[in-house]
Design a protein around this ligand. Sequence first.
Ligand SMILES: [Zn+2]
Length: 424
Amino acid sequence: MSDDALLIRIDQSRADLIGLAQDLIRIPTLNPPGRNYRAICDYLSARLLAQGWSVELIRAHGALGDSDAFPRWNMVARLDSGRAGDCVHFNSHHDVVEVGHGWTRDPFGGELDGDRIYGRGACDMKGGLAASLIAAEAFVVTRPDWRGAIEISATADEESGGYGGVAYLAERGFFSPDRVQHVLIPEPLHKDRICLGHRGVWWAEVETHGRIAHGSMPFLGDSAIRHMGAVLEEIEDRLYPLLATKTTAMPVVPPQARQSTLNINSIHGGEPEPLPGDTSLPAPCVADRCRIVLDRRFLIEEALPEVKAELTAVLERVKSRRPTFSYTIRDLFEVQPTMADRDAPVVRSTAAAIERVLGRVADYVVSPGTYDQKHIDRIGRLKNCIAYGPGLLHLAHQPDEWVGVQDMLDSAKVMALVLDDLLI
Ligand SMILES: [Zn+2]
């Protein structure tokens, strides 16, 4: 029966939840460049301090992106019951991506229309952040005998890698397993889905080398672009078919991402692009450099050295056919794949809560791209971490982004029942 009081309390918080989500959307925490981070941390901290939480505001001094003009502020709030027990942590990023074109609503108006609240960051992920606050607040009020601790963080820069946010906090012990035992990240995976983790990432730059010469006598030079053409052909003919055979048991969504994938992000060769307003013709030169940037997403079944060796094999095959071919590979970025155990307490509690609130069995998914779970896993060494929150993933970063009020309420109920399961 006390569970019912908890769920009733969340239904009664509907207006508060709407107002909270609107207030958060109205603080334009654009990233880049990283605007209003302190303002949103101050807003959240005022709310939580008034309810007896202890709050730390942490600037990620010296982290990637941090500057005096755009300081990377983070907020970590904690409420201790005073009774021994686990700590459940809700982590939301407070930054939002650029507005972009095509909006028919005010991107920072937080307009409520029917069941929807519109705005940049509505679903990714201020709606989830608002739901987690409402869940925690309802839980502590209706369950005065709860145990352990609850933490809520609002962190910077998830959209640009999280180095001024979760990574910075993880390096300082905020996600160490002796402080925090369970983490939920309310990213917009939808209210009936549990996201267990993500695929791995390797970004690399490949450069082919040539020799510059006059374009009217290309035989006197050596074209780095033609060498890169041979590389691309080898990637097309040999590497893509190989990647298609590498499939995973990870339940990645969408299903086309249940294999290894490769994107060629960019290609640059020869003369730089003319500056805007430059009306001159290009100069006739053989290109002596050509570069591509590759974005390889790999599976939990693959090891990163093996992934790297695959690309080296491609380049070596090209080399064996082209006598003057030479290349360099530069590592740009790597993230290991991660996946929480389906038997982890936070996963089981969330699945049971979804079934209770929504009357259907939870879906288990894995994200094709990474999010802050990578830092919690690799730096914090905490495996009991999932993404769970309201909102539809395909609306993230889109014009007229919105979050559903009922979805936020349902997710808040699920989060509150997770607390009820783990902290009673
Ligand atoms: Zn997000």
